[in-house]
Each structure stands twice: as C-alpha cells, then as structure tokens.
Design a protein around this ligand. Structure first.
Ligand code: HAM
Length: 422
C-alpha cells in the first residue's frame, strides 16, 4: 500500500530553503523571524522564559473566555487529568510569575516564543498551530509600562523593515467601554458578551452586530457614534505622549473599535494591523491587572500587561512586501576529497576547522572532483579547501575562492603530525 500520510489540517511542515513549493513553509524564514524577535526583546531588556505546552484544562476555563475555550485541544490524560495544549501563553506566564515573583525585582520584563494550538476554523492567517512572540511586563501599573510595551511591539515590526506605511497599532481602553457599558445600565454578567460583539464589528455583517447588540438593548448607531467621537482618556494620552518622545507616535492610532476578544483584559488594549487591510491582526495585547490574583487564588496581586505576535500573519505580510531575505545554507568551507588516500587527513582538517567554529561540508562518499566542485558551488561555499601531497610526502592545504578561482596555499602540514597553523 502506498504511504499516503498527510499532516493534520491547520498544521505546518517547515522545510529548509529552497522550499520545494511556494506554498510550503520555510524553516529558515521561521528562524529568521525568531532571531529578530529575540534581538528586539533583548534590546528592551526582556528576559526569556518558557513553560510546558500541556497544561491543566482549568488554567484556560478560568479566565481566557468562551471563544478560546471552544477552540481548545483538550483530552483526559492516562492519569485521569483534564489537560489542554496551550492555546495562548498568558495563563502560563501568570501561573509562573505568581509562583516565584518574590525572587525577581519588579517590574518583570519577560518574553517567550511558544508554539500554540487552537482548533480554529481555518482561514487566511489563522491556522491550528502557530508560534507567538509574547512580551509582558508585570508589576508596573502606570502608563509608562504600556508605552514601553507598545514601543517594543512597534520596534519588533520595524526590525523586519516594515514602516509607517505598512502597519499601525490601534490603541483603545476597556475602561472606556466599561463606562459606556455602565451608562447603558447593563448587567455586569453580560460584559464579556458585549466585548465579543464589539471585537467582531469589523469582521461581522453590520446587521448581525446590530441584532446582537439589540438583544442587549444597545443601539448599533450609538456604539458607532461612541467609537467615532470619544476623546482619548488621560491614560491613553500619557501613553501617546511617551511614544511621541521616542518618535514612535506616528505608528499609533487611538481607535475605540479595538476591544480584544479575551476575557481577562482590564484597561489598555491594542492591536497591530497592516495598513492595506489585507491581513488579520498581526499582534494583540493589553492589560490584565486581575489575572495573577485570580490564578494564584488571591495570593499574588500584580498588575500586568503584554502582547502576542503570531508568525503566520507576519510571515504572510513579509512575503507580500518582499521583506524576506534569500536564505542560503551558511556553508563557509567545502572540503574536496579528490584522493581517497587523503580521506583520513582531510577528515582531520574538517574537524579542525569545525572546532574553530566554521561551517564545513565535504563529500561523505567518494565522488568525482567535478561533481564535488559543483556541490561546493551549489552550497555557495565561501572557500573550497583540499589537501595536496607533494612528491616528498609533505601535505599542504590549499584554499580556493570559487568566485575568483584563485587558489593559494593556506597551510603547510606535515603528514602524520598534528595540524599546524601558518
Ligand atoms: P490573541 O489576540 O489571541 O492574543 O493572539 C495574538 C496574535 O497571535 C494574533 O494577533 C495573531 O497574530 C496570532 N494568532 C492568534 N491565533 C492564531 C491562529 N489560530 N493562527 C495564527 N495566528 C494566530 C493572545 O493570545 C494573548 N495571550 C496575547 C497577550 C499576551 N496578551 C497579553 N499578553
């Protein structure tokens, strides 16, 4: 029977470049994205953490909200525990920070790049697995932390060459919506339902949003008016002034249409979008000042905020803008073995150069010299090395630059003795 095992829908294989097909995902591009995320986080003084990919189901049913709970990959493990693959990192972070926050100076500035799993309806930019850059600040309640985090978000996108023409960060506040909610005399138990409707305004038919709002006794027009006319709160003004001092204000727009789908957000919320509006949200985040208290059962009460940026939309966007570099295998030296009697000595030299930190490739099995040379060129090796034995038995290592085809003696070696540097 033919082996015809397909991967699960919504999951990805990552291939080394050049990928066999343009629709396949590139392991090199993924690594490139991770490196830029890490470097930007470090520039902002963030430290890396990680947690388990499998967590108790309860961690998410507690406060992530129905939408994400409906998308969980959950099951009963062999010990009878209800568990779930992590759909997001924030509850894990809250649990980890609550357990050991006393050992760290505040504020904590932590980042992670977890792989997350959500049983989502498949659509452009949304898969059932993705990697997400998470950056969070814990232990600082003031707007300076909000601004610091939004600045990091902006710089994380700028690090890929994206500009003011490519994206914007829309900043809003759940406090503002809470006021609206209170003014509308709505029952607190309906607030999550209400936030969900607002979160989907852009993605849902107007008539459907209007019907859902009407069921809560809220007029759709009133909501639109509120989004259009509300002035920035003092909190948001402080954030935008802080960003202006860094010359990052131009990347930000105050937009009360943003409210975020997750249940735990409290104050400032924000999302990053591409300005051509062709892609789903690139990133989203906000304050969740009550989550640690809730997850620690009242033992630890730390204000917190953060964001998550997925790799799926970001890679689609970078591809569309031509901002992904061409990835070559980073081979520096190709070691030709033209004379099989020199294989052992050649291997010794390969090992020597690798010990020195260089990326070295060589033919695993005997091959014709022109084949080897072709392979070296395919690998774009910076130099081609080979051993040559002189009539007197002396060994020399020769180094050729394949671009200029100039070959020179790099090292004179004496057979049988340890390699000597020139
Ligand atoms: P989120 O809005 O659910 O927030 O996800 C953040 C980002 O992850 C999205 O903007 C998107 O780029 C990416 N993303 C989410 N779901 C998928 C999916 N199914 N496929 C591809 N990409 C996806 C959170 O997860 C919060 N925990 C973020 C956060 C951190 N808030 C505070 N700290």
């Amino acid at each position: 029977m033919a082996f015809d095992m397909e991967r699960l829908p919504g999951f990805r294989d990552f291939y080394p470049e050049p990928a066999p097909h343009p629709d396949l995902w590139s392991a090199d591009a993924r690594q490139f994205v991770f490196e830029r995320w890490r470097a930007t986080a470090r520039r902002y003084g963030f430290r890396e953490y990680d947690g388990p990919p499998l967590e108790p189901l309860e961690l998410y049913t507690l406060k992530s909200g129905e939408e994400i709970v409906g998308q969980l990959y959950n099951f009963i493990d062999k010990g009878g525990r209800s568990v779930a693959l992590r759909p997001e990192m924030t509850p894990t972070l809250a649990r980890m920070a609550a357990a050991h926050e006393r050992n760290y100076k505040k504020p904590l500035k932590w980042f992670a790049i977890p792989q997350l799993f959500r049983y989502e309806r498949q659509q452009k930019g949304r898969l059932r697995e993705h990697f997400q850059f998470n950056a969070d600040i814990l232990g600082e309640a003031g707007p300076a932390a909000d601004a610091e985090l939004i600045a990091l978000l902006i710089d994380a996108l700028k690090a890929f060459g994206l500009t003011q023409e490519d994206f914007e960060v829309r900043v809003s506040s759940r406090d503002v919506w809470r006021e609206f909610f209170t003014m509308s005399n709505l029952d607190e138990s309906k607030s999550y339902e209400f936030f969900q409707i607002i979160d989907k305004l852009d993605r849902q038919e107007d008539s459907l949003s209007a019907t859902k709002l009407a069921a809560l006794n809220i007029s759709y027009e009133e909501v639109l008016r509120f989004i259009d006319t509300s002035a920035p709160t003092q909190q948001i003004s402080l954030i935008t002034e802080n960003l202006a001092a860094r010359d990052l204000r131009k990347f930000v727009r105050v937009d009360y249409g943003v409210i975020r789908g997750l249940a735990y957000y409290t104050g400032t919320v924000f999302e990053a979008f591409d300005l051509k509006g062709k892609f789903r949200a690139i990133a989203g985040g906000g304050r969740y000042d009550n989550l640690l208290d809730l997850i620690s059962g009242g033992k630890v009460d730390l204000p917190a905020l953060g964001f998550g940026m997925g790799d799926v939309v970001l890679l689609e966007l970078l591809k569309a803008r031509g901002l992904l570099p061409k990835f070559d295998g980073p081979i520096e030296f190709f070691y030709l073995i033209e004379d099989e009697t020199l294989r052992a000595e050649s291997l010794r030299r390969v090992q020597y150069w690798r010990d020195q930190g260089h990326a070295v490739e060589y033919p695993l099995t005997p091959a014709k010299p022109d084949k080897q040379f072709k392979r070296a060129q395919e690998l774009k090796a910076r130099f081609i090395l080979r051993l040559e034995r002189a009539a007197g038995g002396q060994l020399t290592e020769k180094r050729k630059d394949p671009a200029s085809r100039v070959e020179e003696v790099a090292v004179i070696l004496t057979a049988g003795r340890d390699s000597v540097e020139p």
